[in-house]
Design a protein around this ligand. Structure first.
Ligand code: ATP
Ligand code: FE
Length: 354
């Protein structure tokens, strides 16, 4: 199967060609056009600007994905597109582009849940077999999922407020570091002393796999204000705050993963496998901590290459491939959805009234 995937749910326009079968597919091309510079002045993603940029770039991204893969549109078996969740204007840009191509060529259209794209990435990168435990940790989400199939997800806990990616972004803003905050906070943390500031580890004292990250950024704000003089932070203060914050997030994720793995192992006999995905999975400190958790529990561990952690079209093409292989397609009534939880029955709302 050769699938074109289109992603436009946040601030990256992605288009990619993925070829193969379920559990054995290859990325032929993966074009990601970021918008960081468009949003930089605003300190965050501006939905209207994002939507317009997606509309302007998506055709070019598709063209480049095809030419880099040396695949013509006529060779594509189906067009997969993120149908949600995400910023609705951006999602609409992608869905409209995909519908246009599907209609013009008479090819099947497949609406993909963006989160399923992240959650199925280890099937694409490592050919992981079902079931596995997934920690999906990104800009808008943080949850443990038992993944049993392309459309079968059981949530075993997650954040009750902010996502860690959001916390990284907010902390970067507090410390005058560039957006997206994840990579810039991680880079500064390398020069910092993680022990200087002792930030809270929310909900560690409580049972279960739920997490909370909104208090953490408030703690960083308070610590910053204490060390700031004349409205300026020294480079060392900045680095220490980053290191302390990153260590707190890492400690919470590691301990909660340990617990989720226990839940998973109770339910699923056999060799346990844990995978991480989403933008925050690009963080080296977090990857290292999770590797240790898996080792200690005798579980396997996998994390996608960095470019497949953050938003991209390849994961959408691949998730579409899995649905297509099961004979699931959508029609021109496919709708863009701002919200679309994974653990509910995740087939898109289509004309058939599913
Ligand atoms: P969602 O997938 O929940 O809809 P999203 O698509 O915006 O949200 P992703 O693109 O998966 O999220 O991830 C982006 C987030 O990942 C941002 O918040 C960013 O700061 C964070 N991130 C990226 N790289 C790193 C890193 N090295 N360390 C920590 N966080 C990171
Ligand atoms: Fe994402």
């Amino acid at each position: 199967l050769t699938i074109l995937g289109i992603e436009s749910s946040c601030d990256d326009t992605g288009a990619a060609i993925v070829r193969g079968t379920a559990g054995n597919a290859r990325v032929m091309s993966n074009i990601v056009m970021g918008q960081a510079e468009l949003h930089a002045a605003f300190g965050g993603v501006v939905p209207e600007i994002a939507a317009r940029a997606h509309a302007e770039k998506v055709d070019l991204a598709v063209k480049q994905a095809l030419s880099e893969a040396m695949v013509s549109l006529s060779e594509v078996d189906a067009i997969a597109v993120t149908a949600g969740p995400g910023l609705i204007g951006g999602v609409l840009s992608g869905v409209m582009c995909a519908k246009g191509i599907a209609a013009a060529l008479g090819k099947p259209l497949i609406g993909v849940n963006h989160l399923a794209g992240h959650a199925l990435t280890p099937r694409l990168t490592d050919g992981l077999t079902y079931p596995y435990l997934m920690l999906l940790v990104s800009g808008g989400h943080c949850q443990f999922l038992i993944v049993r199939g392309p459309d079968e997800f059981t949530r075993v806990g997650g954040t009750i407020d902010d996502a860690p990616g959001e916390a990284f972004d907010k902390v970067a803003r507090l410390l005058a570091l560039p957006q997206p905050g994840g990579p810039s906070v991680e880079a500064r943390a390398r020069d910092g002393d993680p022990k200087r500031f002792r930030f809270p580890r929310p909900l560690l004292d409580r049972e279960g796999c739920d997490m909370s990250y909104s208090g953490l950024k408030t703690a960083v704000l308070r610590a910053r204000d204490e060390v700031m003089t004349d409205n300026t932070l020294t480079a060392q203060d900045q680095a220490d705050l980053c290191a302390g914050f990153q260590e707190a997030v890492t400690a919470v994720l590691a301990e909660k993963t340990r617990r989720a793995l226990r839940v998973y192992m109770d339910l699923n006999p056999g060799q346990p496998m844990i995978a991480v995905a989403g933008g925050v999975a690009a963080n080296q400190a977090i990857r290292a901590a999770l590797t240790t958790v898996a080792e200690e529990a005798g579980a396997g561990f996998t994390a996608p290459p960095l470019k497949l952690c953050t938003d991209n079209g390849a994961m959408i093409a691949y998730a579409g491939l899995e649905r297509f292989a099961l004979g699931e397609t959508d029609d021109m009534t496919l709708q863009a959805r701002p919200r679309w939880p994974l653990d509910k029955k995740s087939a898109p709302m289509i004309g058939s009234g599913k």
